[in-house]
Design a protein around this ligand. Structure first.
Ligand SMILES: Cc1ncc(COP(=O)(O)O)c(C=O)c1O
Length: 550
């Protein structure tokens, strides 16, 4: 083809549509194939376009100009190069029109080019100036990929849970090594969903009933405990130990009553509770176990005693498994402070297929139907059921077997989660490295500070670095850290029983919760999240060392 002998020479007034392929005369170079993106009056915005060969191995340079053949190519075979702004007089010929789906993909690629530029500008890595810049305690670590994913999902115009969510749930399940992951709109929703699922009548006499007791701890985040109260159950608080900040398992027996039906608690700050002891106790007494893993994504535990799973099958000895795969249901949070983020978000996960269906029902309005969003009649019996006192054939899509909620996420959230998940291994490694560096740097202060210790058999993916003051005044220490721009947090609610909202609640406690009170009075935590550089960690160490004048 010689573009100079085209049958369709254009004139100054001609108009060109988005997706039209044209040969464009360029000054000082040979004419080139372009795709038109837009025309505003006499200015045409087009891009040089290259097409990939079907058989990439036949040519050294896999990209070359294919002229007419390019029009039939789908977007993955096309590459937009330089933009050209030109006028109709420089269009030598029209070569064809790309399909609507190819245009969509090319326009999307152009948007992504701009988004990448924008986000590299918006989120540059900044030099750290000790004492001038704040050292955060936690926070989101975003890059251009996260923003591009989020934009990609919004360009779908789908908005509700969709293709990115399906990919995210699958990828997260593979990462954890669990059968079912369901996303929800927060870690608190995940906890509410997990506990509420265990009240399902579908569980027969295993279903939790109002007044049943659930063993937990008071040194933690309120929404680990609140679902117990919200469902009319009674939390039974057991003390914790230091420096694990997790349940004192020697008090489990004392917590047991004939009403005990479940255990629900967190792996505090990424450190596991004693899984050997807790799982054994739970199975021995037929108790449900919910693991709140909101602060522990990536933490593993290698059991050193024989444990069984929800089916009574043995769990491999001394093999590390992700937390949340030992009990019946586990939860995650994707709020920015957590190991990966989607802004607001969370997940529940389980290996138990029956629980998965129940969780899904409670999450999705309480419905009996399990069709994916946008799908109908997956079971082929949509109009054949007779359930409750509804007439036979009542639409299964509008049949509700649980007192449910809508706790789903949008696909934009899932898209960010998916790109964050690509980075999770690096994030976890950095959290561990920051923890080790802090520990080594503060080890000489052990007369003043109680430093955190990993539970036996655990490999924590640390959420934060907990410190309990052995002497001195916490308020004074916190003020000093704030003055030096080192952010810090208390261990969540301290002793939840002493929170104002607890005055109206019914609960039971084992003993005096002395260590819980100690944490409420003398503990705090500082950051280890991947946004902290070695320089920042060293600054924290030096500043804390100076406080104790070592
Ligand atoms: C242990 C624990 N559980 C639950 C939550 C609640 O998660 P979300 O903020 O996503 O509701 C948090 C929040 O930080 C948490 O630390």
């Amino acid at each position: 083809m010689n573009p100079m002998h085209s049958h369709d020479m254009t004139n100054h007034a001609a108009t060109f549509a988005c997706g039209e392929l044209c040969i464009v005369n360029k000054p000082a170079t040979s004419p080139t194939l372009c795709v038109v993106i837009s025309q505003e009056e006499a200015v045409i915005e087009c891009y040089e376009v290259l097409a990939l060969t079907d058989n990439p191995s036949t040519s050294g340079d896999n990209w070359f100009l294919l002229s007419e053949a390019t029009a039939s190519r789908s977007a993955e075979y096309l590459d937009l190069r330089q933009p050209i702004f030109t006028g109709p007089m420089n269009i030598a010929s029209r070569q064809g029109q790309l399909s609507a789906s190819t245009i969509e993909a090319l326009l999307r690629a152009l948007v992504q080019r701009q988004v990448k530029r924008y986000s590299q500008h918006k989120f540059p890595s900044k030099a750290f100036q000790p004492g001038q810049n704040a050292v955060a305690v936690s926070g989101k670590v975003l890059d251009n990929n996260d923003i591009q994913h989020m934009v990609d999902a919004s360009l779908d115009g789908w908005l509700t849970t969709g293709r990115f969510n399906a990919q995210f749930e699958k990828a997260l399940a593979e990462f954890i090594g669990v059968k079912h992951v369901l996303t929800v709109n927060s870690g608190s929703s995940a906890n509410l969903l997990a506990l509420t699922a265990l009240t399902s009548p579908k569980l027969g006499d295993k279903a939790l009933q109002k007044g049943d007791e659930v063993i937990t701890v008071a040194a933690g985040f309120p929404t680990t405990v609140n679902p117990i109260l919200q469902n009319g159950l009674v939390p039974v608080f057991v003390d914790i130990t230091l420096p694990s900040y997790n349940i004192d398992v020697s008090q489990l027996e004392a917590a047991l009553s004939d009403k005990t039906r479940a255990i629900m608690m967190a792996h505090t700050l990424g450190n596991t509770f004693n899984i050997d002891a807790v799982v054994r106790f739970a199975r021995q007494h037929n108790l449900w176990l919910i693991e709140d893993c909101c602060d522990a994504l990536g933490t593993t535990y290698a059991p050193s005693v024989e444990l069984t799973d929800y089916r009574g099958q043995p769990i491999a000895l001394n093999q590390p498994r992700h937390v949340g795969t030992f009990g019946d249901i586990a939860t995650l949070s994707f709020y920015p402070a957590h190991h990966i983020t989607m802004g607001e978000g969370g997940a529940v996960y389980t290996n138990n297929g029956q629980l998965k269906l129940i969780l899904e029902s409670f999450r999705d309005w309480g419905r009996d139907c399990f069709c994916e969003p946008g799908k109908d009649n997956t079971c082929n019996k949509r109009f054949s059921y007779q359930l409750g006192q509804l007439p036979c054939g009542y639409d299964h899509k509008y049949t509700y077997s649980h007192l449910g909620y809508n706790l789903k996420i949008s696909d934009m959230q899932a898209a960010v989660g998916l790109s964050q998940l690509d980075k999770v291994t690096g994030f976890i490694e950095k959290r561990k490295a920051n923890f080790q560096r802090l520990y080594a740097g503060l080890a000489s202060l052990q007369d003043y500070l109680l430093l955190p210790e990993a539970e036996n058999n655990a490999e924590p993916s640390w959420f934060g670095f907990a410190i309990t003051l052995k002497q001195g005044n916490r308020a004074d220490f916190i003020q000093y850290l704030e003055q030096h721009k080192i952010a810090n947090r208390l261990v969540f609610g301290g002793n939840l029983i002493k929170q104002p909202y607890f005055e109206q609640q019914s609960y039971r406690k084992v003993g005096e919760l002395t260590i819980t009170d100690q944490v409420m009075n003398d503990s705090l935590w500082i950051g280890v999240f991947p946004g902290l550089s070695d320089e920042m960690i060293d600054y924290m160490i030096d500043t804390i060392q100076s406080y104790f004048k070592v």
